[in-house]
Design a protein around this ligand. Sequence first.
Ligand code: PLP
Length: 442
Amino acid sequence: MPSPHVFPRHTKAEMPVAVGGDGCYLIDETGKRYLDGCGGAAVSCLGHSDKAVVEAIKTQLDALPYAHTGFFTSKPAEALADRLADKAPEGLNRVYFVSGGSEAAEAALKLARQYFWEKGEKARANVIARWQSYHGNTLGALAAGGNRWRRAQFEPLLTDAMHHIDPCHYWRWGEPGESEEDYGRRVADQLEEKILELGPETVAAFMAEPVVGATMGAVPPVAGYFKRIREICDRYGVLLILDEVMCGMGRTGTLFACEQDGVVPDMILIAKGLGAGYQPIGATIVADHIYATLEQGSGFFQHGHTYIGHPTACAAGVAVLDQIESRDLLANVNRVGSYLKSALQERFGQHPNVGDVRGRGMFLGLELVADRDTKAPFDPSDKVAPSIKKAAMADGLMVYPMGGTIDGERGDHVLIAPPFILTEAQADELVDKLGRAMDAVL
Ligand code: PLP
């Protein structure tokens, strides 16, 4: 019986009580098993019973649970920073640890501002991001994010230093007859237009998810889009911040999603898969030139939370990376991810309410439409996404459907982001159960 004292996020939903985990499955108190087809929210990349990560956490707890970074550094934080800097794109060698994705975004936004402040370019305060994006729920991250439904009631609290351009989603917004390349150039060029409109001397950063997760359902950019974005940022001295909180840490088949787009940003944000759900941890990985500006300037990043660089969380992060590397899990992400994508395409490719099946690695999405020919989204009052989630849970499957369109801006989608250890048989189970849930609803 759930406690009447918990303030759940969903106050009207009755949630089962999770009591255990077994690989790709979660188990509730009645013993029912749920195949985790979405890693919660693309978090649990190693599944739910990774003994090596649990052991690493216990060992660190025995040695040292916590030491405040105002007084000490710690061995796990040093080790994890070394490992991430070694793997990150060229020139990104400084790692600022936080406790989650929103915090990583806040740190990046403030760091971008402080960087220009210290360089004497004090007018650079504007940040440009994209509609249909999500960078977190804290006020700075929410202001950068471009999800109108999430922003709506908080608009008065959101800074007007954040500006938005269109996202890159060819299937939904490419014009008839327009090639992917032309479309990519057109929407990337909106960044230049926005920089010029605001005045280049006032723009600090552009922030984007390489593969858009929560708001659009695993939408990769068209080829060449981010290269053009990088060129535009360089032309005007604007920092490029890539938010890989959801799509990073191997989820798309490379450790960093941006590797596949051939771009090197000035900052990368990671979280979710970094602790794989075993500990809350995130990081803002920062280019040398930004760090050097602070180091040679004030010598102090004017930002910080109590749990930054938490030793136990960092020990978990090291153990997660060990598992990804020693078990070559990225090979499984690519192999079983492409098996899963083909199975989804086979099962739903001709479905009258599935407009698009897409994604990279184990970061996949289905876009649900009321009409395949016109691509018209469902009306939010149809509650298609929540109903699919409910039907799937009843059948022992977790997927991450999202809806909540306002102004007709966005349709429903189902996000699929299973643990990297998924087998082909489990991929089949996922597709079967999702098919049953969709048949029950649509
Ligand atoms: N950035 C992206 C791309 C995300 O998908 C999320 C969460 O879904 C966040 C930031 C916020 O992360 P958190 O929920 O850990 O604060």
